[in-house]
Design a protein around this ligand. Structure first.
Ligand SMILES: C[S@@+](CC[C@H](N)C(=O)[O-])C[C@H]1O[C@@H](n2cnc3c(N)ncnc32)[C@H](O)[C@@H]1O
Length: 169
């Protein structure tokens, strides 16, 4: 994997963790923060026929949910190979596999190869990346219409982010 700032993610977001997350999503749908982000995007009425760039796409919940609202195409960029495999599995199950371009790696390192999109999302991603400013700067430049971010405050995700950060410096 060519993802130097994302190396810790293979440990944290491993097969076991990811399988649990996918099972939870299939049983209960997206978690609350993701639902808040989805509702905000859907409220703009800008989803139908739009393209999506989902950075740190996890199990692909945002992609799956926005396809139900008429999304035309998606690119999912994800550092964790286990998460990317889960997102492919979920896309196949939901029937959107051919509409999604799956890319594994660090968005910041690969940004020149990543196409812009109408909607750009980062759901609980900024908090676990060591160079938040660059990630936000480069990803926001890719957004044609909507830029949607979830940044959890004082949750175990932010503590995890701090640990990954510590691990890399
Ligand atoms: C806390 S998880 C959230 C996953 C998903 N968005 C969700 O809400 O379920 C954060 C994810 O962002 C990914 N990630 C963080 N920084 C990234 C980057 N620069 N490029 C690609 N993926 C990144 C990690 O690999 C991890 O899977």
């Amino acid at each position: 994997m060519t993802c130097c700032k994302c190396q810790g993610v293979e440990t944290w977001f491993n097969q076991k963790f990811v399988e649990r997350e996918l099972k939870k999503y299939r049983k209960k749908g997206p978690g609350k923060p993701t639902r808040i982000l989805l509702e905000a995007i859907q409220a703009t009425a800008g989803v139908k026929g739009s393209s999506l760039l989902d950075i740190g796409s996890g199990d692909g919940a945002i992609q799956s949910e926005l396809f139900k609202s008429g999304l035309s195409h998606a690119t999912g960029v994800e550092g964790s190979s286990a998460y990317l495999a889960a997102a492919k599995k979920e896309a196949e199950r939901s029937g959107y596999l051919d509409e999604i371009n799956f890319i594994q790696g660090d968005f910041v390192e690969m940004e020149k190869e990543i196409p812009a999109a109408d909607i750009v999302t980062l759901d609980k991603v900024i908090c676990c990346y060591p160079d938040m400013q660059t990630l936000v700067g480069l990803s926001s430049e890719r957004a044609g219409k909507i830029y949607g971010v979830i940044y959890p405050v004082d949750t175990w995700w932010t503590k995890l982010g701090a640990r990954i950060l510590t691990f890399h410096f």
